[in-house]
Design a protein around this ligand. Structure first.
Ligand code: ZN
Length: 349
C-alpha cells in the first residue's frame, strides 16, 4: 500500500468534508488503530505509552544504544487537510521500513492531540516529555510546510532551522461609550478608532523584522450597537518572529502582556544528516524557520536533539483545509531524505 493510499485511508475516517480526527475523538483512536495495524504488517514492535502515543519499533542490533525516532501526529483540525501530521507518521513508517535494521533501534511515533483544538496543543509530545520515560537520542519530523515559500522558490524540500518565537494574547482598548448622534467628534474617546490605529500599525512593525508575521484575528466591540460610540475593544494579537530579539522589537509598541514562547533551534547533528541527504539527491538545500509549532518543537525544548524536514505545500501553501495539497513526487523525495537520515543516525558513529 503506497503512502498516498494510506493518507487517503486516514483522510476518509469519520467521513464528511476534509480530515476530521480531532484530538481525543473516536476518529483519532481509529487512526491510531489503523496505523498500529500497518506497523505490525511492516514487522515493527507496537506499543502505546502512558499518554497513549503510538510507537512502532524496529529493534537495532544494539538495542542498549539511544534510539532514533521519527514521527508526527494523526489528529487533525476540523475539516483539516490530508497531509498535516499524517504525512510524518505514514512517511515515517515507510522510511523506518526502508532503512531496515540498524545498530540503533529505529522507531516511528504518532503523538496524540497535536492540534489542541480544545487545549494547549502538543498534548501527546508534552505528556511524553513530562512522563520521565527514556528519551530518544534524536528525533526527526517530516511535515508539510503549510506555507507558500517552497512553492515560490520552486524547491521540493526544506531543512528547518528552528521553530519561531511567538507571542499571543489579547489587547484591550478602553474608551467612553456615548450617544452616536449627540456626542461631538472632539469630545469622543472612541475605543475602536484607537484599536484601528493599532491594527493598521502592526503590519509595519512586523515588516521591519525579516520573516516575521503579525495578525489580529479576532476583535470584539462593546457595547456593539450602531448608534453607540465604542467604549471597549478587545482584540487578539498573534506575533511570530525567527528569534526572540525580533519578537521583542515587534512587541515594543504593543500594549498589554502577551504570552510568549521562545524560539527553538533545531539540533546540529540530525539537521546535518537531513541536509546531507538533500545534497545527495542533488536537490537545492533550502533552509526555513517553521512559523507553526510542532511536536518537534516540544521535543527540542525538552533537550532531545531534533531536526525537521518540510515537504513543499501547493495551492499557495494552504493548510488546515481540505484544499491542502502536496505533490506525490515531493512526498517521495521527503521519504527518501528521511530514510537516508535515519540510516545515518541509526549507525553507531
Ligand atoms: Zn501538524
Amino acid at each position: 500500500m503506497s503512502v498516498i493510499e494510506r493518507l487517503d485511508e486516514l483522510y476518509a475516517i469519520g467521513g464528511g468534508r476534509g480530515a476530521n480526527r480531532l484530538g481525543g475523538s473516536r476518529e483519532e483512536d481509529e487512526a491510531h488503530e489503523l496505523v498500529a495495524g500497518w506497523m505490525r504488517e511492516a514487522g515493527l514492535e507496537v506499543s502505546v505509552d502512558s499518554t497513549r502515543n503510538l510507537f512502532g519499533r524496529l529493534p537495532g542490533r544494539r538495542p542498549e544504544l539511544e534510539e532514533v525516532w521519527t514521527g508526527s501526529h494523526l489528529d487533525s483540525v476540523p475539516e483539516g487537510g490530508r497531509f498535516d501530521g499524517a504525512l510524518g507518521v505514514v512517511g515515517g513508517l515507510e522510511a523506518v521500513a526502508r532503512a531496515g535494521r540498524r545498530e540503533r533501534t529505529l522507531a516511528v511515533v504518532a503523538f496524540r492531540d497535536e492540534e489542541g483544538c480544545s487545549g494547549p496543543g502538543c498534548a501527546g509530545s508534552r505528556g511524553f516529555c513530562e512522563s520521565g520515560a527514556p528519551r530518544p537520542g534524536s528525533f526527526l519530523e517530516l511535515h508539510v510546510e503549510q506555507g507558500p515559500r517552497l512553492e515560490r522558490l520552486g524547491a521540493p524540500l526544506a531543512v528547518v532551522t528552528g521553530i519561531v518565537a511567538t507571542a499571543r494574547g489579547e489587547v484591550v482598548f478602553e474608551g467612553e461609550p456615548g450617544h452616536a448622534g449627540t456626542t461631538p467628534m472632539a469630545a469622543r474617546r472612541d475605543a475602536l478608532v484607537e484599536a484601528a490605529e493599532f491594527v493598521l500599525g502592526l503590519p509595519a512593525a512586523a515588516a521591519a523584522v525579516e520573516d516575521s508575521v503579525a495578525t489580529v484575528g479576532r476583535l470584539s466591540v462593546e457595547p456593539g450597537a450602531s448608534n453607540v460610540i465604542p467604549g471597549r475593544v478587545v482584540l487578539s494579537v498573534d506575533v511570530r518572529a525567527p528569534d526572540d530579539a525580533g519578537l521583542e522589537q515587534i512587541l515594543a509598541d504593543v500594549p498589554g502582556v502577551l504570552r510568549r514562547s521562545a524560539a527553538v533551534a533545531m539540533a546540529e547533528e540530525p539537521t546535518a544528516a537531513l541536509r546531507q541527504e538533500v545534497e545527495r539527491l542533488a536537490l537545492p538545500v533550502v533552509e526555513l524557520a517553521s512559523g507553526a509549532g510542532h511536536d518537534a518543537g516540544v521535543l527540542a525544548s525538552a533537550g532531545v536533539p531534533t531536526a525537521m524536514l518540510f515537504v513543499r505545500s501547493l495551492n499557495g501553501g494552504i493548510s488546515h483545509s481540505p484544499e491542502e495539497l502536496s505533490d506525490e513526487a515531493d512526498v517521495e523525495l521527503g521519504i527518501q531524505v528521511l530514510t537516508g537520515a535515519l540510516a545515518r543516525l541509526g549507525a553507531v558513529d
